[in-house]
Write a protein that binds this ligand. Sequence first.
Ligand code: MN
Length: 262
Amino acid sequence: MKILLTNDDGVFAPGLSAMAEAALTLSDEVTVVAPSSNRSAASHSLTVESPLRMQRLTGAFPHISQLQGVYSVHGTPVDCIHLAMAECLSERPDLVISGINAGPNLGDDVFYSGTVAAAMTARALGIPAVAVSLNRERALYGEAAKSVIDIIRYFESTLLDSEHLWNINIPAIEKDQLKGWLWTRLGRRHPSEPIVKTQDPRGRTIFWVGAPGEQADAGKGTDFYAIEHGYISISPLKMDLTDYDGLAKLQLMKSPDVEPLV
Ligand code: MN
């Protein structure tokens, strides 16, 4: 199985190297293409007003000799997917794994997450993809990465046939305390904390984007519920954001002056 790994925390993030190490137990065709710096919350952004620079690393990455290549891209996670396809890989990968992200990507987080966006971009290109996030920034990446590989092995044929991106969130607990996994829908958060207005050391006004909001819809069946109760959460996601109920209602509205096109 040819595997492409990326993330949004940057090529030297511990979650990425842990995922690379675990992926090597599944395949000897693993390539890493990741941003050179932390691009968390980059969502689907592409770099279009400046050139992309890419460097093939020759050391300083764990297990680099067993990997097909490790590339650092001065760009976003979505740039990485496109560059990987165009330049780094000789063949299409069978699977893209994005992560392991430092921190959860639950509910509304998926709209902002670069981790999820990279996997979504792969999925849009027709490549099976998983986004993986660890609930809290704790040194449990190795355990979490092994769980991801367990899931991929167990569901391999389903995953490789799936038309959805699988958004996986892992609770920050020891592997032997995990209760298993649950298929979940996205929950919802309250609005994020307000912008923080402050000053830099030179007295100039600066702003910090506020922290994500607390959970709002976290009931049974949601991703929030699963990880709070010791389960790995797996949510199948698709790109089509159309509100089909809303569309049906709008299409029922009659206009006296305009003939509907369909
Ligand atoms: Mn991140």
